[in-house]
Design a protein around this ligand. Structure first.
Ligand code: BTN
Length: 266
């Protein structure tokens, strides 16, 4: 790994508007989302960052596990209590997080990144990152946004289902010049820019521009019923629009939708 996680370096690169920022760096942890939830309960007014290079129980959406022991993987969670948040705005945080992520990661690589709706980031035809947003249920709504990034390494130590879809941003090794602390500062700044003007939704065109599979015929499951159609794009709420064979438009959102990454692998 090119550079160990370092609190001073991360803090040093973060803009003033993100203070108070509470940073917790861990050598190893079960899930950064769980630590962030606990910290947010204790410090509801802080913006929290929990980061590690190894999780022992990393999780993804729909109860799946997320392989978190890559030679260079970065697993981190942002936690905060947004002011004046409407319930229906909560799902925008996954969209915002994905848009900010592709923008920042694209500064380090030659090719464009893509977003597989709703929370997966692809590079060169493989999933290199996943996002898991969760809520905390104290008096006020708390949001934790957990992100796992496969910077470098291989998946020989994990199971076949992961090997079938997972890839890395940099290949076997991260470049010597890559500094994950600088990356985290840059990401925090970009995330904050969109977070402080959530209602302005400047992240939506970025998300849309990177959406994977427009015009592609796909299959998906809604409440375990298999369906198919062609991806048209997203609507203003960030729901996925799919044109069915009978020309009706299906609007996908929520936890009941299963939309496999495998069909996007190249
Ligand atoms: C997915 O692929 O469905 C989402 C994966 C999210 C993984 C990140 S790693 C940091 C944070 N902690 C977790 O346990 N999960 C998220």
């Amino acid at each position: 790994m090119s550079q160990l996680l370092n609190q001073a370096q991360i803090q040093g690169g973060v803009k003033q508007s993100l203070q108070p920022l509470r940073i917790e760096l861990l050598e190893e942890v079960s899930s950064t989302n769980d630590v962030a939830k606990e910290l947010l309960k204790e410090h509801p007014n802080d913006f929290i960052l929990v980061a590690t290079n190894k999780q022992t129980a990393g999780r993804g959406r729909q109860g799946k596990s997320f392989y978190s022991e890559l030679a260079h993987g970065l697993y981190f969670t942002l936690g905060f209590q947004p002011k004046n948040l409407q319930i229906e705005e909560i799902p925008f945080y996954t969209i915002l997080a994905a848009a900010a992520l592709v923008e920042v990661l694209e500064q380090y690589v030659k090719h464009p990144l893509a977003i597989k709706w709703v929370n997966d980031i692809f590079y060169q035809g493989r999933k290199i990152s996943g996002i898991l947003s969760e809520m905390t249920t104290a008096d006020e709504i708390g949001i934790v946004v957990g992100i796992g990034i496969n910077f470098a390494g291989d998946f020989s130590e994990t199971d076949e289902s992961v090997q079938a879809v997972a890839g890395t941003l940099f290949g076997p090794k991260s470049p010597e010049t890559f500094n994950q602390n600088e990356f985290l500062s840059a990401y925090l700044n970009q995330f904050q820019k969109y977070h402080e003007d959530l209602k302005g939704k400047a992240f939506m065109p970025v998300y849309e521009k990177h959406l994977l599979g427009i015009g592609q015929e796909v299959y998906y499951f809604v409440k375990e019923v298999k369906k198919q159609g062609v991806i048209e794009g997203i609507n203003e709420q960030g729901h996925l629009l799919i044109r069915r064979p009978d020309q009706r438009l299906d609007t996908l959102y929520g936890q009941e939708v299963h939309f496999s990454s495998a069909q996007f692998i190249q």
